[in-house]
Ligand binder design. Structure first.
Ligand code: HPA
Length: 271
């Protein structure tokens, strides 16, 4: 996907060069409706060349350039998933764009199911590392310069940022923990056998996003951090079926804690 027309358009419209981009996962959108966001510059995906219109599926997908805790940020409300049938180049296009705009840090957030049975629903997991089982690497195809062809992934989720997220949680009496995120393509949820297998593989949580964006953001030279909000236990852990709407409703109840931790992280961010 050619991001140049979008970059040209953004360069004309954006009020500043943001230092941080925050990608808000499903159910975590309320931060995009805060007063700072309302006062910011909202640019809808549908107005960006080459981006599909998300409004048909009830998402008001947009980029918000605003100040949050006195920092210049981009809030990304809505994201593109591989399970929607989008090519990886679109799924990860926002990361390419942020890199070219001069963003230094990307905070990826998502809703995820617990694979580790000791994790509690409603808790917040700082992503320590990931296992990408989406079946495709987002860097497939011609290399996008100046990133290297075979980028190292030994410390994909930046150690200092992970520490800062944990500290932000502690300051809010919200115990965050670190864990491994496993990315599947979806859209079906996992079978109980898959959840047990993923746990054996070393995963703590499972979700349908984040890994491709993290890889591309790193390839762009940005520092990456990630938080998973545990919206449900993985299939088979509890004797009940998984329900997307229930998980979304549940996220609304942890949204406030999530927002506090994110704000604290932003306020104290040191890069
Ligand atoms: N599986 C995959 N993706 C998810 C889940 C899950 O249980 N919960 C939220 N996103």
């Amino acid at each position: 996907m050619d991001i140049k027309p979008t970059l040209d358009l953004l360069h004309q419209q954006i009020p500043f060069v943001p230092e941080l981009a925050i990608i808000l996962g499903s159910g975590l959108g309320p931060l995009a409706d805060c007063s700072e966001a309302n006062a910011g510059t909202n640019i809808y995906f549908r107005d960006l060349p080459g981006f599909p219109d998300q409004s048909v599926i009830g998402h008001s997908g947009r980029l918000i350039f605003c100040e949050l805790e006195k920092r210049k940020v981009i809030l990304q409300a809505g994201r593109f998933h591989y399970y929607e049938g989008h090519p990886m180049s679109l799924v990860t296009a926002p990361m390419r764009i942020y890199g070219r705009l001069g963003v230094k840090v990307v905070l990826l957030t998502n809703a995820a199911g617990a694979v580790n049975p000791n994790i509690q629903v409603g808790s917040l997991m700082v992503i320590k590392d990931h296992i990408n089982l989406q079946g495709i690497n987002p860097l497939t195809g011609p290399n996008v310069e100046p990133g290297t062809r075979f980028p190292d992934m030994s410390s994909l989720y930046n150690t200092k940022l992970r520490q800062q997220l944990l500290s932000a949680g502690t300051r809010h009496n919200q115990e965050l923990f670190e864990g491994v995120y496993l990315a599947v393509s979806g859209p079906s949820y996992e079978t109980p056998a898959e959840i047990r297998a993923f746990h054996l593989l070393g995963a703590d949580a499972v979700g349908m996003s984040t890994a491709p964006e993290a890889i591309v953001a790193h390839h762009e030279g940005m520092l990456v951090a990630g938080i998973s909000c545990i919206s449900n236990m993985g299939a088979g852990i509890l004797k009940k079926e998984l329900n997307h709407q229930e998980a979304l409703n549940f996220l609304m109840t942890i949204g406030l804690n999530f927002e506090k931790v994110v704000r604290e992280f932003v306020r104290e961010l040191i890069v």
